[in-house]
Ligand binder design. Sequence first.
Ligand code: 1GP
Length: 237
Amino acid sequence: MGKIYNYIFEAKLKNQKLLAILIDPDKVAVESISVLTEKIKQSPATHIFVGGSSFDGHHLDEIIIELKSEIKLPILLFPGNPSQISAEADGILFLMLLSGRNPDYLVEHQINAVPILEKTKLEIISTGYILIESGSETAVERVSKTKPLSKTNAEYVAQTAKAGELIGNKVIYLEAGSGAQNAVPIEIIKEVSNRISAPLIVGGGIRSKKQIDEAYAAGADLVVIGTAFENDLNFFG
Ligand code: 1GP
């Protein structure tokens, strides 16, 4: 496996927790990146994710080039569709929407992404992506036209995550959706983390340091913060 994945995997083995700041290119202008990067440098972030559900990729390269000129953290694409691939990033979470039954997000987009990916040197990290119900409809649900898994059936979520691992996903991403009303319940994080040996990413609706710590304690290896940082660049103090 590549350098980025090895780092995430080793960190899991050492119980060293990781944090990604998610940047939605739709919500940032290239000119304002330097303000963001100053704050990111002062934060405990270990990774930067770039992506959004409906972004069309128009200034993605510029945003990533600007980010890279200021920050040395690995930049991973977190794409909603193949138009969000940039050769300027370091790697890509190659997502398979395991919670949904829409063939476009299970395999079609991935097939269409291959000719684009083959022209890049991106490290490709196969990621089983599981959307959990979070109180109201999220952008992922709307765009992917899929239903999230029930937040009360931890066993089924864990079974889904395990199936992803058995299929070959290298990481599992438990997602409540960006700006979600409620984050992924602690019980679900615990159940999934006990069931899989792959690194576990948790994100969506996490708005406080207490929630970040609770997610880590339940078994998350990497927590993703998007909206909370977007709304308050001093979120990390
Ligand atoms: C979304 O998990 C990420 O895919 C982050 O969610 O914007 O709610 O932090 P938030």
